[in-house]
Design a binder for this molecule. Structure first.
Ligand SMILES: [Zn+2]
Length: 346
């Protein structure tokens, strides 16, 4: 059952929200670009009806929205039923009950698989220090503790998210990553984020900050969508990884590598994993004009309802997960990539 009030679901979508021009590529600062397409929100009926041009950088290959929503419009493009907020509120009351949910268990299992390649480059043991950027309700911190025994620290701009991390027993700070300044200039063995870099204003500033916070010899690891896949090219404005208007910069293995190397990191590896959610969003966008919102939402739920532990949600995600596994096996990549960098020892 959805815990979202009806008044939130019936909120009228905004038109003509505040936007800002992005004249240069947010990943490499080049002004050379072309417009790939124009994309509209389809996942949340109570967000915005505006269209957003999707640019492609002709130097590094990154895709970015320009104009993109202004930060003053964040509460419009992240409506109160945004799935991350719903996940956070679910884990607020009874942490153990939230953890036992079928969706939570499946997500945690998939995530533990995704992060295993990190162990090739660093002996991951309990003494290692780790920072999780955009820690949300602490499920990633928990997965890292369960997989490797590392008790990390979290940062998130949501006070509610930070409170839930603390409830799960982790140290957590409520601030923007760019403003985070640990006491005594502390650095970490592992700086990690999952699906954060594509949401930030400046991926370059993000990576510079990540470099400062990574100990020499330590690792910086992030998970982000990969635009180099056949489905990202084939489905165009319908591709679920676009998550418009919330994903502001999208990378491929080459642009991600360039971005890391530009701030001083050594690139170690880019690995690929499954992401059934992108497929759900792709099919939602494709079917919406033909089936209408009610039917399309029921078959391919794209808003907070895709995280509900229903049999259909689990079956669909399982099917799409196998589709991505086949992608990885046959083509060597998927729409979900894990980029691993090392800060050189000085
Ligand atoms: Zn670029």
């Amino acid at each position: 059952m959805s815990t979202v009030p009806q008044s939130v679901l019936e909120r009228r979508p905004a038109e003509g929200i505040a936007k800002c021009e992005v004249p240069r590529c947010p990943a490499c600062e080049s002004a050379r670009r072309r417009q790939r397409t124009t994309v509209r929100e389809h996942e949340y009926a109570n967000s915005t009806t505006d269209a957003f041009p999707l640019m492609e950088c002709l130097d590094c290959g990154a895709w970015y929205l320009s104009p993109r929503p202004d930060v003053s419009a964040l509460d419009v493009i992240y409506p109160p039923n945004y799935y991350v907020y719903v996940l956070e509120s679910k884990s607020g009351g009874d942490v153990d009950a939230a953890r036992r949910g079928l969706f939570s268990r499946l997500a945690s299992r998939l995530f533990r698989k995704r992060i295993r390649p990190i162990a090739k480059y660093m002996g991951l043991t309990a003494e290692k220090t780790r920072l999780d950027i955009g820690c949300g309700n602490g499920s990633v911190l928990e997965a890292m503790r369960d997989e490797f025994g590392i008790v990390g620290t979290g940062i998130d701009f949501s006070e509610q998210a930070v409170a839930h991390c603390r409830q799960r027993g982790f140290a957590a700070h409520a601030c923007r990553f760019e403003d985070y300044a640990p006491e005594g200039g502390e650095t970490y063995d592992l700086v990690h984020s999952s699906h954060v870099i594509e949401h930030v204003e400046s991926p370059l500033a993000y990576m510079q900050k990540a470099f400062e916070l990574t100990r020499p010899g330590g690792l910086n690891v992030f998970i982000t969508p990969n635009t180099a896949t056949w489905e990202a090219r084939w489905f165009g404005r319908h591709w679920g990884g676009l998550h418009v208007p919330r994903h502001w910069t999208l990378l491929d293995p080459q642009s991600a590598r360039r971005l890391g190397e530009r701030v001083g990191f050594e690139h170690l590896e880019t690995c690929f994993s499954t992401n059934g959610t992108f497929w759900t969003w792709t099919f939602h966008s494709l079917t919406l004009p033909w089936l209408g919102r009610r039917l399309s939402d029921a078959l391919f739920p794209s808003d907070h309802r895709f995280i509900e532990s229903s049999l259909w949600n689990i079956a669909r995600i399982a099917a799409f997960t196998y589709l991505d596994k086949a992608n990885c096996l046959l083509l060597g990549q998927s729409s979900n990539m894990l980029c691993i960098f090392r800060r050189p020892t000085e």
